[in-house]
Design a protein around this ligand. Structure first.
Ligand SMILES: O=P(O)(O)OC[C@H]1O[C@H](O[C@H]2O[C@H](CO)[C@@H](O)[C@H](O)[C@H]2O)[C@H](O)[C@@H](O)[C@@H]1O
Ligand SMILES: O=c1ccn([C@@H]2O[C@H](COP(=O)(O)OP(=O)(O)O)[C@@H](O)[C@H]2O)c(=O)[nH]1
Length: 543
């Protein structure tokens, strides 16, 4: 890896840029799962981060913004017009791919205009990335917003040496894009391209499906092809990788192996790389005097009460209504706990321009009102609900003072909140209740695993968690903490990059027959590339 230039491309930059009334720009690190994971990884490996700045920046200001981003944060912005950004992010990524990948096809509404914007944004990203690539560069593309980018980039770096098939597919996805696509024919040798999906990849039965004689995703073929031009494609779990491989077989008719897909005389390697957090940043933060005194204050405030914490973006995949129904059932069946348990639910505002997110907000507001109205008294409310983000110090303090963390996602690529809670619980050793539909449930041995669609099971898990004896809590936390500490964001990022660095495309011989063994000493014997992270058994309620 020494000397290789690494470029990470994600929809968002890790920096929030704002412009004040006097026209001055301000830059500050952002929060969020992907940002925290990549920032953790950045501590162990330096890279250039390419992404969209989040709002329209006029051309006259771009040189200044570019300079500050590069000098201070090693970032490069991709500038998009408002209509392209809107159609790409809200219109296609969050209204088509997001619901489909999270098994919510009912929320989808395919529209040609948004598909055009998605393609256009991917082309714009490709142009910016191309300007940073040098011979030997490694490009690592992140997430569902950029699934066409590997194909476009491969076309750009192969130049005129790319195959006929590649050119045809590129021409098809460039159709209708008005502005000139600046494709240089100059080849850049030895460029590796990787892709990581942070969401689930759904079962091929969902991905390929037809409703009322209409393909749910008419461009399902293009989305798969878009990432097949990679050297390495990574997922959080073995199941997501398996679903992707079977979609390639069923939709594209391609031969697949457990560790990859043979495609156009190349092998696109496929592997599992569960993401993590940087636990030390949470642990160190808890040592700050200001955080310690905030913890003491909150402990005083909730003295004699068990605190259940919920931290979720207000997204329909996070199962917030399911969580509230289960709490209501628990309080109905265990009235002795009324006044002795509170749920502190932080609902971080998210994607508020999308209608389904607006509807969810109303549903949740109504449920919180009903449950507080039913069980609340003059002195006590069972749910403390906040629709906002919290500063990092406050979030750490909240994690630290909570006796239980409750995650009820109906689908979730990984769920880093569960990792963060565990990192902050060395003193209290609280219980972790985790949905079986979060990727984290495959790794976090020591959690109480629940089906969020079964309110009785979740209510029973709440009871088990608030009554769990100290020894069991300590033993569970010991296992959880060991895992979270070892399989960090840095481990995730460096494993992926090391794996990509080892792969050689000359594994595919002239007849297109692939040499199937991963060039990976540690991974030898594992079915998928990667696979270094054990997937331990999970603890079920009552088990
Ligand atoms: O950028 P936003 O639209 O505000 O959304 C925030 C992020 O949401 C998704 O996060 C996923 O990635 C996490 C880290 O791998 C994972 O733990 C979680 O389960 C996923 O939902 C999205 O995939 C990211 O691109 C967004 O930045
Ligand atoms: O006010 C808050 C509360 C939480 N988070 C962070 O949001 C991320 C959520 O990541 P997760 O993987 O759980 O889900 P995602 O929101 O990415 O789907 C975690 O790193 C949290 O620390 C945040 O940025 N602001």
């Amino acid at each position: 890896m020494e000397g290789k230039h690494l470029i990470v491309v994600a929809n968002r930059l890790p920096i929030t840029i704002t412009k004040d009334a006097s026209g001055e720009y301000h830059f500050k690190m952002s929060s969020g799962g992907l940002v925290s994971a990549l920032s953790g990884f950045k501590k162990s490996l330096s890279f250039t981060w390419i992404g969209w700045p989040g709002f329209y920046i006029p051309p006259k200001d771009r040189a200044y913004v570019d300079k500050r981003l590069m000098d201070e944060y090693s970032c490069q912005a991709v500038y998009l017009d408002d209509d392209v950004a809107e159609g790409h992010y809200n219109g296609f990524s969050n209204s088509i791919l997001w619901p489909l990948f999270h098994y919510h096809p009912g929320e989808m509404n395919f529209d040609e205009e948004n598909w055009l914007m998605y393609r256009q944004a991917n082309f714009r990203f490709a142009e910016t990335v191309r300007s940073q690539i040098t011979p030997g560069s490694m490009v690592w593309v992140q997430d569902y917003h950029l699934m066409l980018l590997p194909m476009i980039l491969r076309g750009l770096v192969d130049g005129s040496s790319g195959g006929e098939y590649q050119k045809q597919e590129l021409t098809k996805i460039a159709e209708g894009i008005e502005e000139e696509v600046n494709i240089s024919s100059e080849r850049i040798p030895d460029v590796k391209i990787g892709f990581f999906l942070h969401t689930p990849f759904p079962s091929s039965e969902i991905y390929r499906q037809v409703i009322f004689l209409y393909w749910i995703l008419p461009v399902r073929r293009e989305i798969l092809l878009g990432i097949l031009f990679c050297d390495l494609i990574g997922f959080h779990t073995y199941d997501y990788a398996r679903h992707f491989l079977s979609s390639c077989t069923r939709i594209l008719g391609l031969p697949t192996m457990p560790n990859g897909v043979e495609f156009e005389g190349r092998l696109a390697h496929v592997g599992t790389f569960p993401i993590g957090i940087e636990p030390s940043s949470f642990i160190k933060n808890l040592e700050k005097e200001s955080v310690k005194s905030r913890i003491a204050q909150l402990e005083q405030r909730f003295n004699g009460v068990k605190v259940i914490v919920g931290v979720d973006r207000l997204d329909y995949i996070k199962g917030v209504p399911q969580k509230l129904h289960a709490l209501e059932l628990f309080l109905t069946q265990h009235p002795e706990w009324i006044g002795k348990v509170v749920l502190v639910q932080l609902a971080v505002p998210s994607r508020q321009d999308v209608e389904d997110y607006q509807n969810l907000r109303s549903t949740v507001n109504e449920l919180v009102g009903r449950i507080n109205g039913r069980f609340g008294t003059v002195e006590f409310m069972p749910i403390h609900f906040m629709h906002k983000s919290l500063a990092f110090d406050e979030l750490c303090a909240l994690y630290a003072i909570s006796d239980v963390c409750l995650v009820t996602s109906t689908r979730d690529g990984m769920n880093l909140v569960s990792y963060e809670y565990i990192a902050c619980q060395q003193a209290r050793q609280g219980a972790m209740i985790l949905s079986e539909f979060a990727g984290a449930a495959q790794s976090l041995n020591g959690s109480i695993v629940v089906n969020p669609w079964d309110p009785q099971q979740v209510a029973d898990a709440i009871h088990e968690a608030v009554t769990m004896d100290t020894e069991t809590r300590a033993e569970n936390h010991r296992k959880l903490f060991k895992y979270v500490n070892k399989y960090s964001a840095a481990f995730w990022g460096t494993s992926f990059i090391k794996e990509m660095n080892k792969l050689k495309q000359d594994e595919v011989d002239k007849e297109g027959q692939a040499e199937l063994k991963p060039k990976n000493d540690e991974g030898a014997g594992s079915e998928l590339v990667g696979g270094q992270v054990p997937t331990p058994q999970v603890v079920s309620p009552g088990a």
